[in-house]
Design a binder for this molecule. Structure first.
Ligand code: NAI
Ligand code: MG
Length: 377
């Protein structure tokens, strides 16, 4: 057996999470087999509404210990809005993991894949291939503030934004490192220092200070409003885009939307500094998931697009240091989508799922990617 071995917590959740997880695990197995490492999957039924119905809680008492015994968390989608309110299912699982494991980076690659029809494709013949880096723990989403004089004429509501130097610097520095590692070496910072006159100038100030450590990276900043326009008008010009919690949230939905269906977009919630084998710090695992939710409208039909989940697995391998396997997985996804798209364009039956205008199933599309992982070069 290989010396490279990883334990993965598998949490499929609800709805189509249960359908896209099995093909994604088979793709990961195929990559492990081909590139000579081991994956041990630990399957957990909790962090799902099914579990909630039986136990009146989303998580068992020892959830944290169970997850901390793993190298990474592979998460499907949670939610059954017809029977459990979303704030209970999401805050009782995913959002709790992000906070408890201090997953301060949220990454979303925005890459136009073959087979995806997008009105933004092929501008100036250039591909769309950028990545958004969102601050995931503080900023505008800090629960500081409150209401007074409720129900009276003086009713007053205040919520504060919290930028800490630690919080801003670590996400900005991560984005610079990422930009440095990519061929284009460009970083775009989202700001709004013309309107938000205290916190946003501070953000800009930290970006400028940290930029001095990265003279090889080209830096630009845009106010969030015009940046959204640029995402739509010239998506092919971006490389790494960094934003606060709120701005990053907006950009990280807009970015994948610029590259087609929600069914293929992946996301990583990272604590990049946590060390598994350091006895002096607590192990805080990172989490990998598709962007989409549990899709109750198509759940049970076997037609969910598995690419978002498989691509999230690809990001997980990259994070675990299995770069070769990660590159092969990405190439396999591209090859299979390209091939199926060609069949679709010739008017032939193809394995693209219905959200990509094909007539394939979750198992067919996932199975083809699994086979391609075994043979791509
Ligand atoms: P959703 O992402 O589940 O679905 C939105 C639309 O996209 C639906 O029409 C769905 O059929 C389609 N879609 C999504 N994923 C697809 C895929 N892989 N293949 C083909 N079509 C796909 O978002 P929605 O409907 O707003 O939320 C449903 C439930 O999921 C709610 O309970 C919500 O809270 C939860 N949710 C959970 C997330 C998570 O676990 N990270 C993220 C987003 C929503
Ligand atoms: Mg969002």
């Amino acid at each position: 057996t290989s010396s490279r071995s990883y334990t993965i917590a598998v949490l499929p959740g609800d709805g189509i999470g249960l359908e896209v997880m099995p093909p994604a695990l088979r793709c990961l197995e195929a990559a492990a087999k081909r590139f000579g490492f081991n994956l041990e999957f630990r399957h957990f039924p909790w962090a799902s509404c099914t579990y909630y119905h039986e136990h009146a809680t989303m998580l068992p008492k020892d959830w944290k210990k169970d997850l901390q015994a793993c190298d990474a968390i592979f998460f499907g989608a949670v939610g059954d809005p017809a029977t459990v309110p979303d704030h209970i299912s999401l805050w009782g699982s995913l959002l709790l993991f992000r906070r408890e494991f201090d997953q301060y980076i949220n990454l979303r690659p925005c890459r136009l894949m073959p087979g995806v029809t997008s009105p933004l494709a092929n501008r100036e013949g250039k591909p769309i291939d950028f990545i958004t880096v969102r601050e995931n723990t503080e900023g505008e989403y800090s629960s500081i503030g409150g209401r007074i004089f409720e129900g009276t004429d003086r009713e007053t509501v205040i919520q504060n934004t919290v930028f800490t130097r630690i919080g801003v610097d670590r996400v900005v520095r991560y984005a610079f490192e990422l930009a440095r590692s990519r061929p284009a070496k460009r970083l775009t910072s989202a700001t709004k220092s013309n309107g938000i006159s205290i916190t946003m100038p501070y953000w800009d100030e930290r970006v400028e200070a940290i930029a001095k450590e990265y003279p090889d990276v080209k830096v630009e900043k845009y106010h969030i409003d015009i940046l959204c326009a640029h995402f739509v008008q010239r998506p092919h010009t971006f490389d790494v885009v960094v934003g606060s919690n709120l701005f990053g949230d907006i950009l990280s939905d807009l970015g994948p939307a610029c590259t087609g269906t929600i069914g293929i977009a992946p996301s990583a919630n990272l604590n990049p500094t946590a060390k598994r084998d350091d006895p002096n710090q607590e192990w805080l695992p990172s989490l990998f998931e598709p962007v989409h939710g549990s899709a109750p409208d198509i759940a049970g039909k076997g037609i969910a697009n598995p690419v978002g989940m498989i691509w999230a697995g690809q990001m997980m391998l990259e994070h675990l240091g299995e770069k070769e396997a990660a590159s092969a997985m990405l190439l396999a996804i591209e090859n299979v989508l390209k091939e199926a798209k060609n069949a679709h364009d010739r008017g032939e039956s193809n394995i693209l799922t219905p959200d990509m205008h094909g007539n394939g199933t979750t198992e067919e599309l996932g199975g083809e990617i699994e086979m391609e992982i075994g043979r791509v070069s």
